[in-house]
Design a binder for this molecule. Structure first.
Ligand SMILES: Cc1cc2nc3c(=O)[nH]c(=O)nc-3n(C[C@H](O)[C@H](O)[C@H](O)COP(=O)(O)O)c2cc1C
Length: 307
């Protein structure tokens, strides 16, 4: 019997649905026992968000500054065979509750020397978040054994409009009845059980061996080349903005409100003016540095960590 710890944090329940769908084959298996740990921040994050709250979590998300979590319910002395870490992406980083888990002593204890499968439910920018998660897991002695990414497949600008509508109103229907449904499609969530079957097969071996290549053949990771360039560029700007806001105080501090507002305006400009231009630049860069981009796609499609 293989014992698996499943750690997750979902605000709207979308990631919870993804996790349930992926794990359905394992729930039915007699050879697996699952222990679920839903992360609960001591001060819950709001949903729906106001624009101020949404932007106020930016510096801590991006710089991986943890928040306080409610005590975990899993037994840290348990010897798990596999850890499944399901997370959403906030500002190209793991969400703050997941960062907080990864920085806890309990995570260090259960993840050390253990394989970890990551499940990501996001809009479309997850590459650098996964690098942060990979680094943290590596630092505490674990190893990523598999990665599954489910994202919104709408065009970037359409996805931005629909997610903004969802996050700021709490409604997951079709904005103005013209736009598509926000988030990961129901079809993609429903069909995610195929990944669970592959994980299950990897568990039946003497030493847990989950094949990322097989997962990828079933669509677990799909790296969009333009996002490699995109995320790397945004990362540099986010570093400056996050330091600029943090100089003025901690989360919710009225002293940093003005800078948080400026960041909101920057996001609007970046999304509607800079992003289309950046798409063009990325397109040209992809043609010019084809070999480099190909190598980067290969790198982000596997689980080892570049030093
Ligand atoms: C504050 C915030 C920042 C986000 N930033 C990103 C991002 O950088 N990249 C991305 O693909 N999705 C981003 N998302 C979308 C989330 O990854 C996720 O898909 C969405 O919040 C639904 O997740 P849930 O299961 O927790 O409800 C962001 C969401 C929030 C709330």
């Amino acid at each position: 019997m293989k014992k698996i710890l499943v750690v997750y944090y979902s605000q709207t329940g979308q990631l919870t649905e993804i996790v349930k769908s992926v794990l359905a084959p394992m729930e039915k298996s007699q050879d697996v026992s699952l222990v679920f740990e839903e992360l609960k921040p001591k001060k819950p994050f709001p949903f729906p968000w106001t624009s101020r709250q949404f932007c106020d979590v930016f510096p801590e998300s991006f710089q991986e500054i943890p928040c306080e979590l409610e005590p975990f319910s899993f037994n840290t002395d348990d010897d798990f065979d596999l850890i499944i870490l399901a997370y959403t992406v906030w500002y190209m980083s793991p969400s703050i509750p997941v960062t907080s888990f990864l920085k806890s002593l309990e995570a260090k204890k259960v993840i050390s020397n253990k394989p970890v499968v990551t499940i990501i439910g996001c809009r479309n920018m997850w590459l650098l978040a996964q690098e942060k998660v990979k680094t943290r897991i590596f630092d505490i002695g674990g190893k990523i054994a598999g990665n599954i990414v489910l994202m919104d497949k709408a065009l970037n600008l359409i996805g931005i409009v629909t997610i903004a509508y969802w996050m700021f109103t709490g409604k997951k229907d079709r904005y103005l009845k013209i736009f598509p449904h926000p988030g990961v499609s129901n079809k993609d969530i429903r069909e995610a059980g195929r990944f669970g079957h592959i994980i299950l097969r990897g568990l039946s071996k003497e030493k847990i061996d989950i094949d990322q290549t097989v997962l990828n053949e079933h669509g677990a990771i799909h790296v969009l080349p333009s996002y490699i360039i995109f995320e790397k560029r945004i990362q540099k700007v986010f570093k400056i903005w996050s330091n600029f806001i943090l100089q003025k105080g901690d989360p919710g501090d009225p002293n940093r409100r003005f800078r948080v507002r400026l960041f909101f305006y920057y996001l609007l400009v970046a999304i509607f003016l800079i992003a289309p231009l950046a798409t063009l630049v990325s397109f040209i860069a992809r043609i010019v540095s084809r070999k480099k981009i190909k190598e980067a796609v290969e790198y982000f499609s596997q689980n080892s960590l570049k030093h």
